[in-house]
Design a binder for this molecule. Structure first.
Ligand code: AHM
Ligand code: MG
Length: 331
């Protein structure tokens, strides 16, 4: 079998676009580097907390221990800044965007460590990222409007899943490819070429503790998922990790829907449009699925602020369309 590394894959793809500046390749390489550093640290999370002392304390060498999400945020910013072609980064970890090289043509939006409540219990977590071309003039400081672009403007998006193995899955608008990390030699290998949602989804993922706090349309859809119906293969299987990247990744491979609807206490849902929903929506559409806020396509929403939240339904097209139907016909 011919093994292909992520490095080779990036070079191959760049050659498909003769005359390209290679900027995007450099950005993907920076993300690859940061994800290796973060992956190593994630694998030591239990050691850091229980053996060497928790965040906010000092470790054996007398260095201050950092929370892992802050650590990840810093590593990704550092790696992207070093490449010099990024003019700004918006991160779920920071209140405002960060200005980088004025000459850079690209901006990054990211959630450096999503699902962080799962770190302490040794459950999968992930990094989510997306890349846009700036709309303001190159050579001037980046502006807020560079970050508030609709998801349809993304030029690349992806995630890193720190699971039983570390994987990077990304798209540049030409299909979705997944790479599995071999920590022994520090290399990502192409393991999941051209990923697509299977034709039929059988998994539904939602925090069902919110059942009574959500709309009747969503409740109806959950009842539908649980209904016994041989012909359509129901009841579906319920699976919810509480780490968006992990839940999404499983549904992409096995077929399914992930939902974080509006609730009484969170009328716009919980997830962030720019850092979480848009990047996974881009991957989803590239893999033949659909991402919606219950009514309309996620990637067409014009953002109004950086940390904007939005109800989220993402996965197999038919499943997302079905929940949209229930929401529309809500009594
Ligand atoms: P975070 O960005 O604070 O980590 O929150 C996002 C996470 C998602 O990974 C996950 O799907 C969701 O929050 C779980 O929320 P809940 O615990 O309300 O079910
Ligand atoms: Mg998050």
């Amino acid at each position: 079998m011919k093994l292909k590394t992520l490095g080779e894959f990036i070079i191959d793809r760049q050659q498909d676009f003769p005359g390209s500046s290679g900027d995007l390749s450099r950005i993907i390489s920076a993300i690859r580097l940061a994800s290796k550093i973060v992956s190593q640290q994630v694998n030591k999370a239990g050691l850091a907390k229980h053996i060497l002392g928790g965040a906010g304390t000092e470790n054996i060498q007398g260095e201050a221990q950092q929370k892992l999400d802050v650590y990840a945020d810093e590593r990704f910013i550092e790696a992207l800044n070093n490449r010099g072609n990024v003019c700004g980064i918006g991160s779920e970890e920071n209140d405002d965007y960060i200005e980088l090289n004025k000459e850079g043509k690209y901006i990054i939006l990211m959630d450096p460590l999503d699902g962080s409540s799962n770190i302490d219990v040794n459950v999968s977590i992930g990094t989510i990222f997306s890349v846009y071309r700036r709309v303001s003039e190159v050579g001037k400081p980046v502006e807020l409007r560079d970050f508030l672009q609709a998801g349809v403007k993304q030029v690349a998006a992806g995630y890193v899943l720190y699971g039983s193995s570390t994987m990077m899955v990304y798209t540049t608008g030409n299909g979705v490819n997944g790479f599995t990390y071999d920590p022994g030699i520090g290399v990502f290998f192409l393991s999941h070429p051209d990923m697509k949602f299977p034709d039929q989804g059988k998994v539904y993922s939602m925090n069902e503790g919110n059942f009574n706090k959500t709309s009747e349309g969503v409740r109806e859809y959950i009842r539908y998922c649980q209904e016994v119906d041989k012909e359509t293969g129901r009841p579906y299987t319920g699976r919810y990790i509480g780490s968006l990247v992990a839940d999404f990744h499983r549904n992409l491979i096995k077929g399914g829907i992930y939902m974080y609807p509006a609730t009484d206490s969170s009328p716009n849902g919980k997830l962030r449009l720019l850092y979480e929903c848009n990047p996974l929506a881009f991957l989803t559409e590239q893999a033949g699925g659909r991402a919606s806020d219950g009514e309309k396509r996620i990637m067409e929403i014009e953002p109004t602020h950086l940390h904007q939240r939005v109800p989220y339904f993402v996965g197999n097209t038919e499943m997302v369309q079905k929940v949209e139907e229930f929401i529309k016909n809500e009594k």
